[in-house]
Design a protein around this ligand. Structure first.
Ligand SMILES: Nc1nc2c(ncn2[C@@H]2O[C@H](COP(=O)(O)OP(=O)(O)OP(=O)(O)O)[C@@H](O)[C@H]2O)c(=O)[nH]1
Ligand SMILES: [Mg+2]
Length: 373
């Protein structure tokens, strides 16, 4: 049996939202979000390492590739993780059901988060879900091997998700040094979880301005890469502080400038003192910061207990889809199925090479063949 017993929330089967954590860090982030929702967000943790199920008691857990890897993890191997995901895909599909919108969290840099996520995203998408991948890029201090693993996994996740966000751990934490590695990981996971939690709250408990799931689904469908930013401020000038944080975030990468977005989804969370003028100012300011996107959706959460005196904002800014992505979608070309027997020598096609490495699951692993020397 590859699964652990768990207490499913009462409405588990019917929820149109699904949160999936993949790999140790992805599962840690998803479990944090699950806990902060009081277990209300339908969640599934998927890892090749059995310890993840033990570390997150009460959260639905699927151990992937138990026959192949024995619950010991993928050991940094993307190929092992993909094979494990393939082995357990039937179980995964059964547990996942048919959500309308699925958010997949992973930490890139190891094997499972990078390797299994793309298979899971592809499967969710095939079952009709609009998928959003939220995958963190490793800290600089983790070194070149983790950075390379993450850079290799990133385009495959991007290709298999409708929309994808790759926040760098360094950006989520502000600054981190190797002297406090554990704390840096914890802060990175906290920041990622807090942002996604705000977003779910927006869908679940709308305030004056509601943002419904179908609207988010339409906006995210095939939207491509996005930038995710969240900010919190208090005091009389809190709306201005929020806009200052949105215009200058470590999430923007090398040039430090906000991207021009074609679509913007903005959530504003506040207590009873949240004024309409503040909401209006933030909406107008945010649209300006992201170059007046063609499509703009906003929602508010009104929660006196959680946000009294404070405003929190969560934003997804979707870049305009590249010509390449648009063209490939227009031609109706689905993401290639790397597990298809038509791949590689079987179909006379080239392998999926990335930075000189064949990242496809080798046929002997897929078919569980033993190679004689
Ligand atoms: N939040 C958090 N992130 C971590 C932790 N350890 C590693 N990470 C981040 O997540 C990335 C992937 O690490 P893991 O999630 O442990 O790897 P995995 O996906 O389980 O992959 P394998 O163990 O190789 O199968 C790392 O490169 C880090 O950036 C941790 O304890 N907490
Ligand atoms: Mg692991």
């Amino acid at each position: 049996m590859s699964t652990q017993p768990y207490a499913a929330p009462a409405d588990a089967g019917g929820s149109p939202l699904l949160l999936v954590g993949v790999g140790r860090a992805g599962c840690a982030a998803a479990a944090r979000i699950w806990r902060s929702s009081g277990g209300r967000i339908r969640t599934l943790l998927a890892d090749t390492d059995a310890r993840t199920g033990i570390e997150n008691p009460g959260v639905p857990f699927l151990l992937m590739g138990a026959n192949r890897l024995g619950g010991a993890g993928a050991g940094g191997s993307v190929a092992n993780a993909r094979a494990a995901a393939h082995e357990s895909m039937h179980d995964f599909a059964e547990r996942a059901g048919t959500p309308r919108l699925a958010v997949v969290t992973a930490g890139l840099g190891g094997g499972t988060g990078g390797g299994a996520s793309m298979e899971i995203l592809e499967r969710l998408r095939r079952s009709g879900a609009v998928t959003l991948a939220f995958a963190t890029m490793p800290f600089a201090f983790e070194g070149p091997a983790a950075a390379k693993a993450a850079m290799n996994a990133r385009p495959l996740i991007e290709r298999n998700a409708d929309a994808s966000v790759f926040p760098p751990m360094d950006g989520l934490v502000g600054c981190a040094d190797s002297a406090c590695m554990d704390e840096a990981f914890a802060r990175g996971a906290d920041a990622a979880a807090a942002g996604i939690t705000l977003f779910w709250r927006l869908l679940e408990t709308p305030g004056y301005i509601s943002l419904d799931l179908e609207r988010v689904r339409n906006l995210a469908a095939d939207a491509g890469p996005a930038v995710f930013i969240s900010a919190t401020a208090s005091g009389p000038d809190r709306a201005e502080k929020i806009l200052a944080a949105l215009s200058d975030s470590p999430a923007y990468g090398a040039d430090g400038r906000p991207p021009k977005a074609s679509k913007l989804v903005l959530g504003v969370m506040g207590g009873r003192d949240l004024r309409l003028a503040e909401v209006g100012g933030i909406a107008k300011g945010a649209a300006g910061i992201f170059g007046d996107p063609q499509e703009f959706a906003m929602g508010t959460v009104d929660d006196e207990d959680a946000f009294s005196g404070r405003i929190s904002v969560a934003a997804f800014a979707f870049a305009a889809p590249t010509r390449e992505r648009r063209d490939s979608r227009r031609r109706g070309r689905a993401a290639p199925d790397p597990l298809s027997p038509m791949h590689g020598h079987f179909g006379g096609a080239e392998g999926n090479l990335w930075n000189g490495e064949d990242i496809d699951v080798p046929t002997y692993i897929r078919r569980k063949l033993t190679l004689e020397r």
